[in-house]
Design a binder for this molecule. Structure first.
Ligand SMILES: NC(=O)c1ccc[n+]([C@@H]2O[C@H](COP(=O)([O-])OP(=O)(O)OC[C@H]3O[C@@H](n4cnc5c(N)ncnc54)[C@H](O)[C@@H]3O)[C@@H](O)[C@H]2O)c1
Length: 303
């Protein structure tokens, strides 16, 4: 069965993905997650923007920001009203809104920021996270139009959002502002068949360092995260199946075996859970990270 909400971005006919989650036994791997010592209420009274809010990372981040007291503005190219409604019911004293925006179109982002300004919402946090994974194809055959699309979403789009929201933060002059950009371990480790995605995420990591320098005088910190194998979820299933299909010398032709190859290459011998990505994001957004800027946190199980 295909995943309909992804039709806005992905060639689901060509991908022909299954809904197999490629999970592992709960006790697979080392250094298991412990949720008992989580922080809470670090964001009471603050307002955050989350891009890619309908996706796996974005929706988890929005839920955990809300749990810790934040009001959250949801941005995605696909509708996020379901998540908005869920959060409004769960946290009636906080503000939630959902905007359909394409982060590659500057006018849409500046209009969304203008709306926030007119409604007097004081944004101090941004999870700049929307992204597109692109094709899994060897360099020699990689389609130029997909290369450009990846660059447009992951590089231009991230930049457009970062610039517009930093201007919003500057106008508010609140201090203590924080931006987290989603890069990827692909931007560091450069896996095969992903030339455009890897290059785009290396650019996100690099833009983070420059923006951190430019925005420090405005009391805005900027950091990035570089997650590696995170599952289960859309991008996990997709990379397992499409790396198998790409038929390279690096991965098996059986998706289940590819999943095992990937997990076995990780020192912790497991993939990370989605909320193990969001924990470090919230740390970087919070005042706990007040002396950290221009930094990238690899979330890779030791890779
Ligand atoms: N899942 C992983 O294993 C993994 C690993 C490393 C990095 N990442 C990165 O993390 C981020 C989130 O990934 P995810 O797993 O949640 O993927 P996802 O596909 O579930 O979510 C991505 C979201 O971004 C939105 N989006 C894409 N293009 C957009 C545009 N032009 N304008 C507005 N919204 C747009 C999509 O609609 C989607 O809701 C992405 O940047 C991805 O590249 C993911």
């Amino acid at each position: 069965m295909k995943q309909p909400v992804k039709d806005a971005l992905y060639n689901t006919m060509k991908d022909n993905l299954t809904t197999e989650p490629y999970t592992f036994e709960a006790d697979t791997g080392f250094c298991r997650q412990n949720k008992e010592t989580r922080a809470f209420k670090r964001f009471t009274g603050k307002t955050a923007i989350v891009t890619g809010a309908q996706g796996n990372f974005g929706s988890e981040c929005a839920r955990r920001l809300a749990y810790e007291g934040a009001s959250v503005i949801l941005w995605d190219i696909v509708p996020t009203t379901g998540l908005q409604d869920e959060l409004r019911v769960a946290y009636p004293d906080q503000y939630f809104s959902a905007f359909n925006v394409d982060i590659t179109i500057e006018d849409q982002i500046t209009n969304a920021c203008e709306h926030i300004r007119q409604t007097n919402k004081q944004v101090s946090l941004l999870f700049n996270n929307a992204g597109y994974q692109g094709e899994f194809t060897p360099t020699i055959d990689y389609p130029v139009d997909d290369f450009k699309k990846i660059m447009d979403i992951n590089v231009n789009g991230s930049f457009i959002v970062m610039k517009a929201v930093a201007n919003l933060m500057k106008k508010n002059n609140l201090g203590g502002c924080s931006i987290v950009n989603t890069a990827s371990m692909a931007g560091i480790g450069a896996p095969p068949n992903m030339i455009a995605y890897s290059a785009s995420k290396a650019a996100v990591k690099h833009m983070t360092v420059i923006a951190a320098k430019d925005l420090a005088p405005l009391n805005i910190r900027v950091n990035s995260i570089s997650p590696a194998y995170i599952g289960p979820g859309f991008m996990w299933t997709r990379q397992v199946e499409l790396q198998a299909k790409a038929g390279s010398i690096y991965f098996n032709k059986e998706p289940r075996k590819v999943a095992e190859q990937m997990v076995n290459s990780v020192p912790m011998h497991r993939y990370g859970a989605i909320d193990e990505v969001i924990g470090p994001v919230l740390f970087l957004l919070s005042d706990d990270a007040s002396y950290i800027t221009g930094e990238d946190i690899k979330i890779t199980g030791g890779e």
